[in-house]
Design a protein around this ligand. Sequence first.
Ligand code: TYM
Length: 332
Amino acid sequence: MSSEQKKIIFSGIQPTGTFTLGNYLGALQNWVKLQDEYRCIYCVVDLHSLTVRQEPKELRENTLSALALLLAVGIDPSKSVLFVQSHQPAHAELNWILNCFVPYGELTRMTQFKDKSAVHQDNINSGLFTYPVLMAADILLYGTDLVPVGADQKQHLELSRNTAIRFNNIYGDLFTVPEPYISKEVGRVMSLQDPSKKMSKSDTNAKSYISVLDKPEAIVKKFKSAVTDSGSEITFGEGKDGINNLLTIYSAVTGLSVAEAESRFAGKGYGDFKLAVGQAVAEHLRPIQEEYARVAADKAYLEQVYKAGAQRAGEMSRRILQKTYKKVGLLV
Ligand code: TYM
């Protein structure tokens, strides 16, 4: 299939410190897998990160580190477009237009806004509120068919879809209505300390999440202290959120099915199981960590990748931005 006929994938990740195992299993593993079959566009969404106060030097470092991590997990810039959101002004430009098409009421229903504004009460800024509109701009600029994300982004994707449909209804077909692509198995990786919550790096308890750059000993230690239930059987089931989460993670990093994992641990205790999950995760992340160390040190290569990526992203997005300007009546 020629690259023009392939369906288009777009996704983004915020450069806020290193990625978690949740980011990796919930989204990035799919990003890597989809590269051969689709035209993939992947973006480090630095503008989104500004919705929470950032230390400027740290944000610049984190942006480069995010690029290096994406390369290390297997994003191949010869197959996919990889770039930094702020390097492509079309995102902020379309964001403004779309802002004028998203009802206030729809934004007030976003659970991520409610959660984040509860945590950052000293800085409930307008960007935090309109965050999903910028996300819609990211997606709609490229004629995106599919968006690989974790389950936590589903509501934001619904807003992107509604926005595309609303705009098309007024002005005639322009935007492709994107579909979410969410892994059934690992769409939501849960906290190791409270398996009813998603794993997140903004969690104040560092034992609750695994960073993909955590040292092997730290990974094993965190899994050993993972919260489980009072039972003793290593089987997937109702009311066993902790064990379910660990079985899901184990199966994702080993490639075994959950049923195969269950039979491997039949008759074993939770302690043995938690240790094995920790070791399997550490082993899985080892080559990624090695590749990260190599790529992150090569600043010239990183610059070459993000500059080429911005150029290609610009060529692709300009067309839809121009058409949008025309449709709404701007003088182009
Ligand atoms: P972000 O940076 O919070 O997370 C990046 C990706 O990781 C997924 N993820 C998880 N998946 C499973 N379990 C978890 N515990 C977990 N934690 C995070 C997220 O669902 C996401 O796919 N708003 C987005 C970034 C964004 C974007 C876009 C995504 C901006 N523009 C356009 C898609 C398309 C975000 O903050 O992701």
